[in-house]
Write a protein that binds this ligand. Sequence first.
Ligand code: SF4
Length: 366
Amino acid sequence: MTGSPLPGVCDELDLASAESGPQRTQTLQARGSALASPGEQLRLLNSLPLAGESFDAALAESGCPDLRPARLDVFQINIGRLCNMTCRHCHVDAGPDRVAENMDRETIDLCLAALDRTTAHTVDITGGAPELNPHFRPLVDQCLARGKQVMDRCNLTVLLLPRFADLPEWFAARGVEVVCSLPHYRKRNTDAQRGDGTFEKSIEALRRLNAAGYGRGDRHRRLTLVTNPGGAFLAPPQAATEREWRAGLARNHGVGFDRLIALNNMPIGRFLEWLQESGNLQAYTELLTQSFNPGAVCGLMCRSTLSVSWDGTLYDCDFNQMLDLPAQAPHERRPHIRDFDPAAWQARRIRTGRHCFGCTAGAGSS
Ligand code: SF4
């Protein structure tokens, strides 16, 4: 695998730039920030003077001493960090300049070969904006041909780029679940995180998805919204939030959705930078630690997910991927999808760190 731009990706980037989505900031990488380095992010997190124990100690106290894999249900493929947006809270540090980090065809084929050897029923395709990868549609079709459910993690605004205008119907014809980021059902809260104009574009994208049959209770056209807090606090209770959002979006904009997932922001990537710059890092990390909920441990995504990065490296989850904490592998080698061994995967010990408290705080965030 190489880090060089893929054939077609530069063209896609030019198009994305010409009709770019809203920009809240620039990527850490484009700004030359020290936090562009996963090692620097880990160093910063580990340098905080926290009164609580390590995540592993908190697990042990909860009666779950060793985080062990359960059945593998979700095969997650991060097909690139290219995005038409640069949201403030992005833990991936995705953006229009991330041209080099995009999965090539060879790695996609390796993923498909590995997928055939797993028990996973769902393929979770994420990015960046995964739709920008020229191999996105063939990958979706290949997964569906294998009888898998497919989820597309969509930033919504990408659906307004002219060459993606057919995507809602294309998804609907295939039964792809569309999982969309929408920080809030009010314009001000959403634009503050994702850039001016995001909310209007997102509502227009939701209307197009509704017109294609999404958000109307059809399990083959499921529209999931993902919300995350606009500041250094935990995600609100999910059921009440879903009711409020459903009413607000229907009343104000006439759009519907099928379910809402409320997630905590992880202290990773650009959200970590915002925490540091706003003076919230210490207090937020303490909040995550003190809000440890043993009831969230069973459902941690790392127990039932395999996460593959654009270059084929294997991780326990998307968050470990962004901190470049590869999954445990025999012989200390960096695990790669070409060497995927289902038995070794199920026998591994999941790697943890302070960031894991973000997954177990409050109602949990996996
Ligand atoms: S960050 Fe990843 S490894 Fe840690 S608890 Fe969450 S899902 Fe598991």
